[in-house]
Design a protein around this ligand. Structure first.
Ligand code: ZN
Length: 296
């Protein structure tokens, strides 16, 4: 608990114990949020070895794994299944080959305590794919990625983030029946369980005129403040495996720590915030996650 909260709690307790009539004669004090302030940092579209492990040469960059480790943060990586085929290192057109395969980079991430989850095998837009290939193909694309992840890490992924959050209700329900939880930006879910889109892809090299102003880190912090104003102190943040994103992480993590946030993997986040059943309707009806009600 942050020191300010401990102090306030002490004041409230002291007042309650020294003045029996206090609570009867005055309106109840507004008690600030005293639960965990949590952030799950997530990174889509990898594994990209040159981002995860950094580059050497004329313009060396620190890897995302070192950056997270140096800050004591565990991240969650939504990886694309095709990258986890033997010998694959990435896409020639956009990425740098540092002589490490995606499989090796993924294994390093897991060895260092980070988590790998499912971003489909092909990274295709699933609603469109369902129209031409059918719902079973969509489910199969997610399962195929899960198998690839399990083959590399030994761990079965539980969470799926569809590319662009695009998936039909039928496919989502089918995946949920198979034990997956599908991440969403849908307003049908409590805010704490909706992904926070950082828009970091707008800051990727060659795209920087679109980058949120005055800075990506500033824009992300603004989103956090806006959610805090609604009483939400837990956030699943969506980034991508990009060098530009890696570069802002130290500043962003420091700012969020200064605001009292603790960083957790998505599995830990869901254990603490979203332990309700995965069905959208049930989550929507419960409105406030159990952890925020203080029942856990
Ligand atoms: Zn993606």
């Amino acid at each position: 608990m942050p020191r300010a909260h401990i102090f306030l709690a002490a004041v409230i307790l002291l007042r309650a114990s020294t003045s029996c009539t206090y609570s009867e004669t005055r309106a109840p004090l507004a008690i600030p949020f005293s639960g965990d302030k949590l952030i799950a940092l997530t990174f889509d579209d990898g594994p990209r070895p040159y981002v995860l492990l950094g580059t050497k040469g004329d313009h060396p960059t620190t890897g995302l794994l070192d950056t997270l480790d140096n800050n004591g943060v565990k991240g969650t990586f939504f990886v694309v299944g095709w990258r986890l085929t033997p010998g694959t290192w990435g896409e020639k057109r956009h990425e740098q080959n540092i002589g490490v395969t995606c499989i090796d980079a993924a294994q390093q991430a897991v060895k260092r305590g980070h988590e790998l989850e499912d971003h489909t095998f092909t990274h295709i837009e699933l609603r469109g794919a369902e129209k031409t290939k059918g719902e079973q193909w969509v489910v199969g694309d997610v399962e195929r990625a899960a198998q690839a992840i399990k083959a590399v890490t030994g761990i079965q992924p539980r969470y799926v983030r569809p590319p662009d959050w695009s998936i039909s209700d039928d496919a989502r329900l089918d995946l949920e029946r198979r034990g997956y939880r599908v991440l969403t930006i849908s307003a049908a879910n409590p805010i704490a369980l909706r992904d926070v889109n950082s828009l970091d892809y707008l800051c990727a090299r060659g795209n920087s005129t679109q980058c949120p102003k005055p800075s990506l880190a500033g824009a992300v912090l603004k989103q956090v403040q806006q959610r805090e104003a609604k009483g939400i102190y837990t956030h699943i943040m969506v980034f991508h495996e990009l060098s530009t994103t890696t570069a802002i992480m130290p500043e962003l993590i420091a700012s969020l720590k200064a605001r009292g946030y603790r960083f957790v993997t998505l599995t830990e986040y869901m254990r603490l915030v979203g332990s309700k059943p995965a069905r959208t309707g049930e989550i929507a009806r419960s409105r406030v996650p159990a952890a925020l009600k203080g029942s856990q």
